[in-house]
Design a protein around this ligand. Structure first.
Ligand SMILES: [Zn+2]
Length: 285
């Protein structure tokens, strides 16, 4: 794999969209580093010239985005309906998808997942879960910060919908393309989306005194679930798919999630002390 820092890669090529996306992602990384104070070295985006569309990260602090990933993203956004949900136009979804991918890879690096995998490869699932949770919270804060500074008037719940639905539209075509391949490396799609949805509903709806969710948590869960149904309906209609793979699973979230939730929480209990220990080493060096 031949890797080039993104600035160098776009320099002699006419790639304004790639340049724009990487600049935005760099600003997000800088904000994450500042907010969480848990990254050394600061992750840097590199471009791999290949056609692959699977992003990844490397233990030396690289976030690697193949050229094919950007093409995949562009085609994906082009294939969306103009208004993908009542709240979101497709032109905004591409940036959020890119943010999501970078935030997920960043979280693997910043949370020392490579170090953890070296000593406990059996806890790989817990790292994927942790990366999704950290990416969700970090990305929500980052986009809210941008929306507030622009006085956009976008409410926090609409920003949560925007994030959830963009992740849905990024991952959903990967499932259609090769569900078995996807599930070799990740928990089933609907489980992953449920965890992201639940995390979003927790944000700012947690009472630290009682350690319980507030009333808004329950209503936001419902609103986010409705957004997910609408997204799946829009997706199958647009792609002329007759039977949805997911509407039924989304309806039975509570039943289908339970066994996975128990498994991941057990693994995360084992993983968390390692992550904490590695973080302390990173911050102090
Ligand atoms: Zn990952």
């Amino acid at each position: 794999m031949f890797l080039t820092p993104w600035e160098e890669y776009v320099l002699n090529k006419d790639l304004p969209r790639m340049q724009y996306l990487c600049q935005c992602a760099d600003r997000m990384i800088a904000e994450f580093v500042y907010n969480y104070n848990y990254s050394a070295p600061i992750p840097k985006i590199y471009i791999d010239a290949s056609d692959s569309f699977y992003p990844c990260s490397a233990p030396d602090g690289k976030i690697i985005l193949p050229h094919g990933f950007f093409q995949w993203l562009e085609n994906l956004v082009e294939s969306l309906p103009d208004q993908i949900t009542p709240e979101i136009k497709k032109k905004n979804a591409g940036l959020m998808m890119m943010f999501w991918v970078v935030a997920h890879e960043y979280s693997h690096l910043a949370r020392s997942h490579f170090e953890l995998k070296k000593v406990r490869p059996d806890l790989y699932d817990a790292c994927e879960y942790d990366a999704d949770m950290c990416a969700t919270e970090g990305l929500f804060r980052h986009t809210q910060h941008i929306l507030d500074s622009r006085k956009s008037g976008v409410t926090t719940i609409n920003n949560k919908i925007y994030l959830l639905v963009s992740v849905f539209f990024y991952l959903r075509p990967l499932i259609d393309r090769d569900k078995l391949e996807y599930e070799k490396h990740h928990k089933p799609f609907h489980i992953r989306l449920w965890w992201i949805l639940e995390k979003l509903a927790w944000i700012d709806n947690f009472d630290p005194v009682t350690a319980q969710p507030t009333e808004a948590f329950v209503s936001e869960i419902k609103i986010l679930m409705d957004a997910l149904y609408s997204a799946e309906k829009a997706y199958i209609k647009h792609n002329q798919i007759e039977n949805s793979l997911f509407i039924d699973l989304f309806v039975r979230f509570a039943d289908t999630v339970k066994p996975y939730a128990d498994e991941i929480s057990k693994k995360w209990q084992e993983a968390a002390p390692f992550v904490k220990q590695f973080q302390l080493i990173k911050i102090s060096t």
